[in-house]
Design a binder for this molecule. Sequence first.
Ligand code: FES
Ligand SMILES: [Fe+2]
Length: 413
Amino acid sequence: MKEFNNLLENYSEGKTLPQEFYTNESIFSEEMKRIYHHQWLLADHVTRIPNPGDYFLFNAGKESIIVIRGKDSQVRAFYNVCTHRGSRVCLEDEGSKNLLVCPYHAWSYSNEGKLQAARFMPDDFNKEDWGLRPCHIKIYQGLIFLNLSITEPINFEEFIKPLQPMLEMHQPGKAKIALRKKYPTAANFKLVIENFTECYHCGPSHPELCAIHEKDWVYTMGGGQGTAPEKDTKEYLEKIKPWIADCKQRGLPTDTYLEEEGPFKQGINRYADRTPIGNGHLSQTKDGKPASTLMGKFDKFDGGLTQVSFNPFGCCYFTNDFGIMFSFKPKSLNETEVELIWIVDENAQEGIDYKTEDIAYIWDVTTVADTRIIENNQDGLLSQAYSPGVLSRNESGITYLYNWYFNSMRLSR
Ligand code: FES
Ligand SMILES: [Fe+2]
């Protein structure tokens, strides 16, 4: 950590980070240990594993987690590490199994993680002591969260509380997966989450997103509330007051949640807001028209967009008719996997109620562009000519993100 503190001396607020934050292996492993492993990570939607024995792997950094439905229908999570000599047990990303058999010496585990068979073991060997090591898991509204902390994680119920009103409005627990797509990105995870924290780049890089949303929204809300100067944000919020009043009257939450100081200092960084897409658009689609049937508690289209962020590594966006789950998984120092999962109402039928291409359009084209600009950012940043640049007034989300990052890195854990 001495190394981190030394590096920090070269940081000045309002500027980007010095190069070494993106190139130093030991900083990366400290980041995983101090930050990533303490978050409730948005992993997937529960409908991915509907039947007993169905499983998928959640792979990030050096960790691989098996998320599997047991014969009792309960979903559990285990480290993908054989308790014999440490081999990976599951090698395929997803599947369905009656028994998890380690490919090395064939120790086998039940879907509930218990060791079932191990040959030629000493007489005093007790199988009950050698089950797969569990990983913290919680399921809320159909969303699977993992926490890779090896100690007691932060309380999930308290963690999810401020985000509940928005999530319950959209009811992802009554949804199903329509599509998933991975966007492997050859860049350090901080460049990925920095990019997701600002919409200064939206004008030049996302013409499609700018064509759907109102200009003021892109400027003041695109990177979350507080990323544009206060005066401009106030003006925008004043303008959408009638829309907010209508939502309130219908009992729908619209209040922005910005992280409180106490949790923020403890490395927690949640966010939620709800605003109109604008331009008379009812959904985040190419022509602004609905792309599927209504989801959650809505009885009409109001053209709102909800953003719920669990931490900088995962968030959900919801329109009235579909949702997108975003996750940003650090793979190594300069590789990050971005994954998007689109969800629709559980009763919506493909081809009749929705077309996958309609719901996928905007965030697919936007994420493809993001991958490209982030990789360009990484390439340029590695040059000997790089030095920290000055952030614009439309990128204060990045300074906020850095504050959370520095706070988290300094916590003793
Ligand atoms: S390492 Fe798994 S059975 Fe030996
Ligand atoms: Fe972007």
